[in-house]
Design a protein. Sequence first.
Length: 334
Amino acid sequence: MVDFAVGTLSDLSRMALLAQSDGGSFWLPPPESVSSWAVDNVFYYILYLSYFFFALIFAVLVLFVVRYRRRPGVEAVKTATHSTLLEAVWSLIPLGLVIIMFYAGFVGYVELRSPPEQAYEILVTARKWSWQFTYPDGTMATDLHVPVGEPVRLVMSSEDVIHSLSIPAFRVKMDVVPGRYTRTWFQAKQPGKFDLYCTEYCGTGHSDMLASVVVHQREAFDAWLVEAGDILGNSATPVEAGEKLFRLHGCGSCHSTDGTPRIGPTLKGIFGETHRFSDGSSLAVDENYVRQSINEPGAKIREGYKNQMPTYKGRLSNDEITALIQYLKSLDGG
Ligand SMILES: [Cu+2]
């Protein structure tokens, strides 16, 4: 018990020191976006104000308890009457303080809600339990890569429940809601790698809904974009490429690879199985069947499931479908 407490305390102070050494504080990570001040100003203003009034009120409390305590043989007498001056002072000073609070908050709100016109736009899709980032050229990624020193606008929506995208280093946090688009923006100050979290509880996998933000110099970003766009060329084997495509296209939100059924049937070990369809026909699963399932999901509906799979026709090339097939085959062992 004691060990635990000591360990936690020294961990905490080590964390605080670490945070301070790179420009952050005990409370906040280093400000890495050009709009960080908008959050930090209000936060520290409220924080120090709270420290001050906590100390003041507590000191007065102790003073009064000691000074005006009940003593034996001393009768309580009423000494003070109403003081308009005192009342005005303790109303107007707090009023001034909260007006400053409101003003700083409003200025910060405007800054955080109005991206510059020429911002670089990235589409964000949230789903249980992963992030998908889509770039203007169609490239998709599970981590958020951005160029340094340029405003980046995120246009976000969710495929299922409410999520929330949070990048503490950039002071960015915005709900991601099904059926509508929300947006946020930031401009990174220097290259580096930062954490991205889901901050709206969204089910059992919520705490795994993590990604990295990788800030590159512009040339490195362009190079990354080209490389990330060519999944087939940058994977050692078709199975590896297929696994990436499976993740990037969100197949896993409806299909498990471990045997458990979800919205769709599990895709583990389906090759060689004979599947029955809702029209009464049946078929042994082979490459052609899987290909058809991806391009025209409605053609054969697996018995016991609904026609809920979107078509990937036009979204996946021939070679990409082949890679997916190779990946699904590799799931057979066991
Ligand atoms: Cu989430």
